[in-house]
Design a protein around this ligand. Structure first.
Ligand SMILES: C[S@@+](CC[C@H](N)C(=O)[O-])C[C@H]1O[C@@H](n2cnc3c(N)ncnc32)[C@H](O)[C@@H]1O
Ligand code: SF4
Length: 387
């Protein structure tokens, strides 16, 4: 493997592996997560079988990225990680500089060296905050001092490290956030994902908010904090290459996420994992979703050979809508000539003219992108471009 990350959408293929278990379920989280059920080995065996099924479908295409997400994949043993990585290499092989990433909880610090030895080359750490009181409010099972030790250990064990942070919490001041983000930016890592706290229906926070409790910042103040985030990151040399993602340079960006944003193909393995494969204009693009509950996923793989529970054929219009909504999240925007060349169609010209008049979108050559004002209303603005 070469040193730099593999890049570009083209024929690149990504593999997402969802590990659904968490030691504790955080009250804000609406991902497909469960407390451990003691069926790890059955789940691993099902994932490996599902991968073989997918290989028959994709044919030979080297992987640009393999991403372990969750849930908490840092709960997987090095042997389990090595089994998945080894099988991915055997079935597809890795492109030069392929990214093999994993989302880790700081609490799993003692496993970092084993994860690196198993083949993980990029770690994203769920730090969330450097404020102990905030970490308690967020229901986290680690404090700031453990997060700091985990950041140092991660930088010893992995070439590329990213930090997840959550801001716009109730009661958090601009100075509080500036101090937390400043610490993350000065920690030496090359990538930071600051997420605005979202209150999701069905979560513990969603229920408490429904009873009138204020858990997040008011929208106007959250927008101020977003702008503060952009300016502090830029001042520290981190480019906001995507709405919630900042990197020191191109080599620090997430190859796997770029593949999503650029409309690439990826396979989803594990409970509830989504996949996208093919081009609508070239015989069909499929949107797949695996069975969500771990026991259902294992049963489905045992009975049918794959964990896929639902599959939808995306038409050209669906593919274009996804490519616009995802592509416009990137700072370098969307190449409308490339969109046209690969789908046979494109964006809504009236919508583009309207958004440009309102100062939400600008254009340079064949690329269109959100302005600073447009980024604050990203999904709404991008939605106007969908034909
Ligand atoms: C799969 S988790 C990361 C790994 C690990 N499970 C952990 O929490 O440490 C993905 C990230 O999504 C973010 N996240 C999850 N739910 C969120 C919410 N409701 N609002 C904002 N960020 C959220 C958190 O920053 C979290 O680290
Ligand atoms: S934030 Fe991470 S640890 Fe917490 S429940 Fe969600 S996936 Fe699990």
């Amino acid at each position: 493997m070469s040193d730099g990350p593999a890049s570009g959408p083209g024929n690149a293929l990504g593999l997402y592996v969802h590990w659904p278990y968490c030691a504790r379920i955080c009250p804000y989280c609406d991902f497909n997560v469960y407390r451990p059920k003691g069926d790890d080995e059955a789940l691993l065996a099902a994932m490996l079988a599902d991968m073989a099924h997918w290989r028959a479908r994709t044919g030979a295409r080297p992987l640009a990225s393999l991403h372990f997400g969750g849930g908490t994949p840092s709960l997987m043993t090095p042997q389990q990680l090595a089994a998945v990585i080894g099988e991915a290499g055997r079935l597809w092989g890795f492109a030069g500089g392929a990214e093999i990433g994993l989302e880790a909880n700081p609490k799993d610090i003692d496993g970092f060296a084993g994860m690196a030895a198993a083949g993980i080359n990029r770690l994203s750490l769920g730090v969330q905050s450097f404020d102990d009181q905030a970490l308690v409010s967020l229901g986290r099972d680690h404090d700031a001092s453990l997060a700091r030790r985990a950041i140092d250990a991660a930088q010893r064990d992995f070439a590329r490290v990213s930090l997840d942070m959550i801001y716009a919490r109730a009661g958090q001041t601009a100075d509080d956030w500036a101090a937390e983000l400043g610490e993350a930016l000065a920690s030496g890592v090359g990538h930071i994902s600051p997420y605005q706290l979202t209150i999701e229906p069905g979560t513990a926070f969603g229920k408490r908010a429904g009873r009138g409790e204020q858990l997040d910042a008011p929208p106007d103040f959250a927008a101020d904090l977003y702008e503060l985030t952009e300016s502090l990151c830029a001042a520290a040399g981190f480019e906001g290459y995507e709405i919630s993602n900042h990197a020191r340079g191109r080599a620090d960006e997430s190859v796997h996420n770029r593949l999503y944003w650029e409309g690439g193909d990826w396979i989803g393995i594990g409970p509830g994992a989504h996949g996208r494969i093919g081009r609508a204009s070239a015989g069909g693009r499929a949107a797949t979703e695996a069975a969500r509950r771990p026991a259902d996923y294992i049963r489905r793989v045992t009975e049918t050979g794959t964990g896929i529970a639902s599959e939808e054929a995306l038409g050209v219009a669906d593919e274009i809508a996804e490519r616009i909504l995802m592509g416009m999240r990137l700072a370098d925007g969307l190449d409308i000539d490339h969109l046209h060349a690969t789908t046979g169609s494109g964006i809504d010209p009236d919508g583009l003219a309207r958004m440009m008049r309102q100062g939400m979108v600008d254009q340079a050559g064949s690329r269109i992108r959100l302005t600073a004002a447009g980024r604050l209303l990203a999904d709404g603005v991008s939605g106007e471009l969908v034909p």
